[in-house]
Design a protein around this ligand. Structure first.
Ligand code: LIP
Length: 266
């Protein structure tokens, strides 16, 4: 008998809240051991690593057969059907600067399909959850996405990679898009961007270069809020592109992104 998504969500919510408390405590103590990864601006702090170690250890003890895919320590082995997908602190640059837009993002994947997810803003305590087929929720309120129907009235979220060559291409895409939409917002954490799109605080969101841990939980929240979440030209959402938008504006945004070669470049 497969586990109920609701039960997996309850585990995820409890663990994410504990992890967020650790992130807050460590930030209050001092940001230290800041290292860089792919570029000089792609940072990872001691808190990122400590939070991921905390989550991995709790899951190892409580759910010994499960696997974990985390941003900082990669994939652990699993003997069962469940794999947890974790970004310990999504929005690390915001965390470094003290901007209240960073989250613990934790999703449960069963036989390759994400069935439960939580995104917990570690700065504000705001929390979004979803289960496959069970809807998307924020603090007990069911989410239904934006009612926007035209792209020229849409407030569109996006983000940028850390590599200069990719940023140059993304900037060129933005230059072509910005006159076709109401406006652009860049908040710095994909999981929260997807949750804002799910609740209608953004009308849509897109980004090239996301990793599974960036969007596993937030992508389920957005999809369960009724948004279309995918890549371009029928591809699934992935590193080449993720687009999340209500059905009314998804086609127009999709076609502009194709026209601007948003999935292209380095
Ligand atoms: C971040 C993403 C964001 C992207 C940033 C960064 P991180 O993840 O959530 O959407 O634009 O460049 O990749 O690195 O803070 O976990």
């Amino acid at each position: 008998m497969p586990e109920k998504s609701e039960d997996l969500l309850a585990v995820a919510v409890r663990i994410a809240r504990e992890a967020a408390a650790t992130a807050r405590r460590m930030r209050a103590e001092a940001i230290n051991d800041v290292e860089t990864k792919s570029t000089d601006t792609d940072v990872v702090t001691a808190a990122d690593k400590a939070v991921e170690r905390q989550v991995v250890e709790v899951l190892r003890v409580e759910r010994p057969g499960d696997g974990v895919l985390g941003e900082e320590y990669g994939d652990t082995t699993s003997t069962g059907a469940v794999r947890w997908i974790l970004d310990p602190i999504d929005g690390t640059v915001n965390y470094l600067y003290g901007l209240p837009q960073y989250a613990v993002s934790l999703a449960a994947e069963v036989e390759g399909a994400v069935v439960a997810g939580v995104v917990h803003n570690a700065a504000t305590g705001d929390e979004w959850t979803a289960t496959l087929g069970g809807g998307a929720w924020r603090d007990g309120r069911r989410l239904g996405g934006s009612g926007r129907t035209t792209l020229d009235q849409a407030l569109v979220g996006t983000g940028f990679g850390y590599d200069a060559a990719r940023r140059a291409h993304q900037g060129a895409v933005l230059a072509g898009l910005i006159t076709r939409v109401r406006d652009i917002r860049r908040f710095g954490a994909a999981s929260l961007d997807l949750c804002m799109a799910a609740e209608g605080s953004l009308d849509a969101y897109f980004e090239k270069g996301l990793n599974p841990w960036d969007h596993a939980a937030g992508g389920l929240v957005a999809a369960e809020a009724g948004l279309l979440v995918s890549g371009l030209d029928g591809a699934p959402a992935g590193q080449h592109m993720l687009v999340a938008a209500p059905p009314a504006i998804f086609p127009a945004l999709h076609d502009v992104l194709v026209e601007l070669d948003a999935a292209g470049g380095p």
